[in-house]
Design a protein around this ligand. Structure first.
Ligand SMILES: Nc1nc2c(ncn2[C@@H]2O[C@H](COP(=O)(O)OP(=O)(O)OP(=O)(O)O)[C@@H](O)[C@H]2O)c(=O)[nH]1
Ligand SMILES: [Mg+2]
Length: 304
């Protein structure tokens, strides 16, 4: 299936919401204060932030009435503006031509999709690469098993410690193994829940420091996984994790399950952090490289 179709099929909740409401707003074929206000409220309901909505409304307000179907022009105008906002955020973290090893540390609140996304990403790495996956979520025994299942499916090597062992010490041992045995990738899973956020962030900072100290030359990506069904609440998570952990990339999951996919645009507009992948379902193949154009066009139910 093409990437476009994948986006189209799995972003239907957002696209149905946006396209049907926008068609409805412009059914009288006029761009005027009333229809612009209706459009504004539709965009806000899709969790697109006010500053982005203002930009979009400004572009649509400039549309001149012609013989052409106005809704088509409105949708095309919106898609173009949204693509301009999203384009600079495209970013590939798995470059098959890259010979240098890489460490990926996955962080995010509990349930955001870290472990599942690690499974999906490992599934996309070619079999020729040597991959070590480390279970540094030592908070729950089930978390270790969940990751182990994925590594067995993908035939990746797996490193784990004891339940409740200090996550940074598991990361330390895994990083030593990664160095000694010449792996191409080390992928680190972390816990999403602790007694409070400050403890969680401190623990992650410690883990990252340990890994960076041993591996001064290797590229370390800190990947923040966000639950797309949280809509605009994702902003707060970017704020907290971004500030302390120098997040290098964002992955937004569960976009198949929400009509609030517009929040991705708000994040792209507010933060200069690349968006590498989007989660579009629970199956191993339901993780797609983020594409600005595909996202912008499919959420408005436009053709490729
Ligand atoms: N529909 C859908 N479900 C997803 C997606 N990504 C993850 N999930 C589901 O979300 C749930 C939580 O995912 P996990 O990967 O366990 O989340 P986590 O961040 O590791 O959670 P903790 O380990 O508790 O911090 C699971 O049931 C996943 O199957 C997605 O893109 N789409
Ligand atoms: Mg997990």
């Amino acid at each position: 299936m093409s990437l476009f179709l994948k986006f189209k099929n799995n972003l239907q909740k957002t696209s149905n919401f946006l396209s049907s409401n926008i068609l409805n707003s412009f059914k009288n074929q006029k761009v005027n204060n009333e229809t612009l206000e209706e459009l504004e409220s539709v965009l806000i309901s899709a969790d697109i932030s006010l500053d982005v909505v203002a930009k979009l409304i400004n572009s649509v307000s400039k549309i001149k009435t012609t013989n052409q179907d106005i809704t088509e022009i409105v949708l095309e105008t919106l898609a173009k503006e949204i693509e301009i906002i999203l384009k600079p955020r495209e970013n590939e973290i798995l470059n098959e031509n890259n010979k240098n090893p890489k460490i990926l540390i996955f962080v995010g609140v509990n349930g955001s999709g870290k472990t599942t996304t690690i499974g999906k990403i490992a599934n996309q790495i070619s079999n020729e690469k040597k991959v070590l996956i480390a279970a540094c979520d030592t908070f729950r025994a089930a978390a270790i098993d969940q990751l182990k299942n994925w590594t067995e499916k993908n035939h990746n090597d797996f490193y784990f410690g004891n339940t409740n062992q200090d996550p940074a010490s598991v990361a330390f041992q895994a990083t030593e193994k990664f160095n000694k045995e010449n792996y191409d990738y080390l992928i680190i899973d972390t816990a999403g829940r602790l007694s409070n956020n400050t403890n969680l962030i401190n623990q992650l900072v410690k883990l990252k420091n340990v890994v960076s100290k041993i591996n001064t030359d290797t590229i370390i990506e800190t990947i923040l996984v966000l639950d797309g069904t949280n809509g605009s609440n994702m902003i707060k998570q970017v704020e907290i994790f971004g500030r302390e952990l120098n997040v290098s990339s964002i992955i937004i999951t569960k976009l198949d399950g929400t009509a609030k996919g517009g929040a991705l645009i708000s994040i792209a507009n507010k933060y200069e952090i690349p968006i590498s992948y989007v989660g579009l379902g629970e199956k191993p193949e339901d993780l797609s490289v983020f594409s600005a154009k595909n996202f912008a066009r499919t959420i408005l139910n436009l053709k490729e």
